[in-house]
Ligand binder design. Structure first.
Ligand code: CO8
Length: 257
């Protein structure tokens, strides 16, 4: 059996996936990418997990794809490696599980691309983020050329992609790359769990549906997106969950989802 490069722990609806390859600053080789994809699939099948927090062991979140493994690749295997990464990160993004990247340190290249595939990014003040691929004569290949501009807009994304510059957590927060910044003295994982717990209190079907519709809406024209929203909105009224949520509000009590 191959070595596990991720530590997985589960508690009360929340899973924590800690990337554990600190000797290479958690750099992503094919084995690790496949493990990330498979762990997400297993969490989905588990049925009890609704939020997953992804973080890194040691001083890095993930310092990118494994450069030592990439150096000798020809074009076809490199394209295939890009596909393995894209597949793993699509699995995270398309999962019904809400994902939070808890960025504890370097999130560079493939590491930032992993964080971009998560729904929410929370960074420690020590985090450093960037897409340095052009410094290596490469471009981002695990979704970064596509997801970054969708998240923070073309103007800011193209500067990061073309310069390869590494930015501070403060700057990443300022430009909307980080949703939240955890200051010194606060605990990154605790803050991430707090957000996870607040999501867990909400209607589970509503949360899954909201994530799906927001993501699907990014792929289609506005008129089609509004149609998707209308249909999904209607479908929630066929669920006991919405009756409970609205009933609880009117009866001035907490909902029992
Ligand atoms: N790949 C392989 N090994 C790495 C990587 C990496 N991305 N990053 C760090 N390491 C290794 C180092 O080689 C070093 O190993 P050793 O101890 O055996 O010498 C160990 O981790 C510790 O690293 P440093 O000594 O360099 O630590 P520092 O604190 O001095 O520096 C940095 C930390 C700034 C993060 C530095 O390590 C660095 O610049 N790393 C590379 C960052 C980078 O360029 N990332 C982008 C990689 S390319 C990419 O992600 C493309 C994704 C798409 C691929 C598409 C498929 C074809």
């Amino acid at each position: 059996m191959s070595e596990m490069l991720i530590n997985v722990s589960k508690d009360a609806g929340i899973a924590i996936l800690e990337i554990n390859r600190p000797s290479a600053l958690n750099a992503l080789n094919e084995e690790l990418l496949v493990q990330i994809r498979e762990e997400f699939r297993k969490l989905e099948q588990d049925g009890t997990i609704r939020v997953a927090i992804v973080t890194g062991q040691g001083k890095a979140f993930v310092a990118g794809a494994d450069i030592a493994k990439m150096r000798d690749l020809d074009a076809a295997p490199a394209e295939s490696f890009s596909g393995v990464g894209q597949d793993a990160f699509d699995t995270i993004q398309n999962s019904g599980i809400v994902s939070i990247a808890a960025i504890n340190g370097f999130a560079l290249g493939g590491g930032l691309e992993l964080a971009l595939a998560c729904d929410v990014r929370i960074g420690s003040e020590k985090a450093k983020l960037g897409l340095p691929e052009v410094s290596l004569g490469l471009i981002p290949g695990f979704g970064g050329t596509q997801r970054l501009a969708r998240l923070i807009g073309y103007g800011r994304a193209i500067e990061l992609v073309l310069s390869g510059d590494m930015i501070s957590a403060e700057e990443a927060y300022r430009i909307g790359l980080l949703n939240r910044l955890v200051r010194e003295g606060e605990d990154l994982l605790e803050s991430s769990k707090q957000l996870a717990k607040s999501i867990l209190k909400k209607g589970p079907i509503a949360v899954r549906t909201a994530k799906r519709i927001v993501l699907e809406g990014l792929e289609v024209p506005l008129s089609k997106g509004l149609e998707l929203e209308r249909k999904a909105f209607g479908s929630l009224f066929a669920e006991k969950e919405s009756k409970e949520g609205m009933g609880a509000f009117l009866e001035k009590r907490p909902p029992n989802f």
